[in-house]
Write a protein that binds this ligand. Structure first.
Ligand SMILES: CC(C)(COP(=O)(O)OP(=O)(O)OC[C@H]1O[C@@H](n2cnc3c(N)ncnc32)[C@H](O)[C@@H]1OP(=O)(O)O)[C@@H](O)C(=O)NCCC(=O)NCCS
Length: 189
């Protein structure tokens, strides 16, 4: 008899910080090899990321919130989100990061995290959310599959390279009655 592989999403706690760091770095290495300078990738340090996450989780009034996806009680993905960094775009909220352990790609964790973020921001009263993704990152197709609409383009200059990026937006977020952090939490129009 095969065990059911249960997937859930919940707010991160301090004890998750190290695993979040490990998932974040594994996902960066898998995704950004060839897209950003290898010197940047070589410098990535899971402990440093964990330290940043721990500090955020300890700050009582942190504006950046963190959700994790768990499968069979192991953290396999993370998302950070909060107010939109560029209010001029007309979007209330922003998904800052969304990273799933590459061993778990394509099994619903990213979708569940995004749904939970949209639901959490809708419940907070936000009407819309934006995410920026490198144009060369196939994750753009994930955002399209999840109903994001291409709303802006920009070119980042970071690490001495030009990085064309795409902004995907969700408008008219609506809280879903009875939604939980782990569920299909928001409906988009
Ligand atoms: C992008 C990412 C978060 C998606 O998470 P995931 O768990 O693999 O995605 P899911 O299994 O939840 O897929 C949800 C939907 O998106 C689609 N999808 C996922 N990745 C896709 C891709 N690369 N191309 C096209 N569609 C994709 C799935 O087919 C699914 O569609 P469906 O609901 O119609 O079946 C994950 O692959 C990841 O962490 N990538 C590396 C890090 C990254 O690039 N993050 C984004 C930075 S902006």
């Amino acid at each position: 008899m095969s065990a059911v592989s249960a997937l859930s999403v919940r707010p991160a706690i301090e004890a998750d910080a190290q695993t979040i760091g490990t998932v974040y770095v594994a996902s960066w290495l898998d995704t950004y090899a060839g897209l950003i300078p290898s010197t940047v990738l070589r410098r990535l340090d899971a402990r440093q990321v964990a330290g940043r996450m721990r500090a955020l989780l300890r700050a009582p009034r942190a504006r950046e919130r963190i959700l994790v996806a768990e499968r069979d009680k192991a953290v396999i993905g993370m998302a950070t989100f909060g107010r939109s960094a560029d209010r001029g775009l007309g979007f209330d909220s922003e998904l800052y990061t969304l990273y799933v352990d590459p061993a778990h790609f394509g099994r619903g964790a990213g979708g569940a995290l995004l749904d939970a973020v949209l639901g959490a921001e809708a419940a907070r009263g936000a009407a819309s959310l934006v995410v920026w993704v490198l144009a060369a990152n196939p994750a753009r197709f994930f955002y399209e599959a999840k109903g994001g609409k291409l709303i802006a383009t920009r070119e980042l200059k970071q690490w001495g390279v030009r990085l064309p990026s795409l902004g995907y937006g969700w408008s008219e977020l609506k809280p879903v009655r009875g939604a939980r952090a782990g569920g299909r939490a928001a409906r988009r129009n």
